[in-house]
Write a protein that binds this ligand. Structure first.
Ligand SMILES: [Zn+2]
Length: 110
C-alpha cells in the first residue's frame, strides 16, 4: 500500500459514529463533527498526531500510533499529558476488552 507522507487535509463529517479516520493513500483525515466539537485544542492536537502517525509509520496499528503520538505530544506539552488520555476516553469503550487493553497500555506510558 502507498502512504501519503503526512496529513494533507482535515475534513469534517456528520456521518454517525465517525470519530477520525485517515485515507492512507491521500492523507486526508476525516473527523466526526460531533467529536471535534466535544474536544479541546490539545485533545484535537493529539488526535491529529495519532492520525499522522498512521501515515508516517505506515501502519494501521493503533497502539503503535498512540505511543508515537504521545511521544510527539509530550515534547510540546510535557506537563499536560491528560488531554491525550481524555481524548482516548472519548473515542474508546472501556467495556470493550480490546479498547480496555489499549487504554491500560496507554496509561502505562505516563
Ligand atoms: Zn488510529
Amino acid at each position: 500500500m502507498d502512504y501519503a507522507p503526512g496529513l494533507t487535509a482535515v475534513r469534517f463529517s456528520d456521518a454517525p459514529h465517525l470519530e477520525a479516520q485517515t485515507d492512507p493513500a491521500t492523507g486526508v483525515c476525516t473527523v466526526g463533527m460531533a467529536l471535534w466539537l466535544a474536544t479541546s485544542d490539545k485533545e484535537r492536537y493529539f488526535m491529529l498526531l495519532h492520525e499522522a502517525a498512521h501515515l508516517e509509520l505506515k501502519t494501521r496499528d493503533e497502539l503503535i500510533c498512540d505511543s508515537h503520538a504521545l511521544s510527539v505530544y509530550r515534547r510540546r506539552f510535557p506537563r499536560d499529558l491528560m488531554p491525550t488520555y481524555t481524548l482516548l476516553l472519548k473515542v474508546l469503550d472501556p467495556a470493550d476488552p480490546v479498547h480496555a487493553a489499549r487504554l491500560q497500555r496507554f496509561r502505562n506510558q505516563f
